[in-house]
Design a protein around this ligand. Structure first.
Ligand code: HEC
Length: 205
């Protein structure tokens, strides 16, 4: 009987402690046993925030960002194919400028030279450390003779042992790399006749 009373009292206290004040208002903050993620150091959309120079909490997308599911225009520029055909474009569909080549050089050195080497001869660091045994020499006659569109396609989707780089390199940058790769190839294929007349003498030495 004594135990029964003790248990009854304890149960009453427990029930009161848990449910007794339900519905009552209080100015004190509630006791939180598991705060979970109720309060987070996060930014709410559309609120001012001076962390960024423009004072916004929601930043606009990086230029060139494509939302998932966006309709992707298929033109020779975006696919490397002749419009409406499976043939590759012969010549890159962008204007080759010094700026484009410099961009291509920078992107090539970042994305391609680890395997193909800075000169494109296939002697990159991955070969030296033994991570990749055979890497294509981009000065091979067969590759020199590839159409620009096919090289663009190889960068986008990869080929055999080479993985795809479409996700890492934008469409514009892929063409810039193609242009730069052509200039690398030309640097080995060029003859003295390609050099402007007044400069030839200095090269013969
Ligand atoms: C991780 C190493 C690696 C990187 C990085 C890499 N490649 Fe390759 N690439 C290869 C290998 C390996 C092959 C040979 C593929 C084969 O035929 O098995 C190859 C082949 C090629 C070919 C010849 C394709 C053909 O038709 O035979 C081209 C062109 C090429 N790469 C261009 C590039 C360009 C441009 C980049 C930079 C965007 C790049 N690669 C980055 C490893 C790489």
């Amino acid at each position: 009987m004594r135990y029964f009373l003790l248990i009854l009292v304890l149960c009453s206290v427990a029930v009161f402690a848990i449910a007794g004040k339900r519905g009552a208002t209080s100015r004190k903050p509630p006791i939180e046993i598991f705060p979970d993620m109720d309060r987070q150091p996060k930014l709410r959309p559309q609120t001012p925030n001076n962390f960024f120079a423009n004072g916004r909490s929601s930043q606009v997308g990086v230029p060139g960002t494509i939302a998932q599911g966006d309709v992707y225009e298929t033109t020779p520029f975006t696919t490397g194919h002749v419009a409406g055909k499976t043939n590759y474009v012969d010549v890159l569909p962008v204007k080759v400028t010094l700026q484009l080549l410099e961009r291509g050089q920078q992107r090539f050195n970042i994305n391609c030279s680890p395997c193909h080497g800075a000169q494109g001869d296939g002697n990159g660091i991955t070969k030296k450390i033994g991570a990749m045994a055979i890497v294509a020499n981009l000065h091979d006659k067969r590759i020199v003779e590839l159409q620009d569109g096919e090289i663009f396609n190889t960068i986008t989707y990869g080929k055999n042992l080479m993985g795809p780089y479409g996700a890492n390199v934008t469409v514009e940058d892929r063409w810039a790399i193609v242009a730069y790769l052509r200039s690398l190839q030309l640097s080995k294929l060029g003859t003295l006749d390609d050099v402007p007349e007044p400069l030839r003498a200095s090269l013969k030495k």
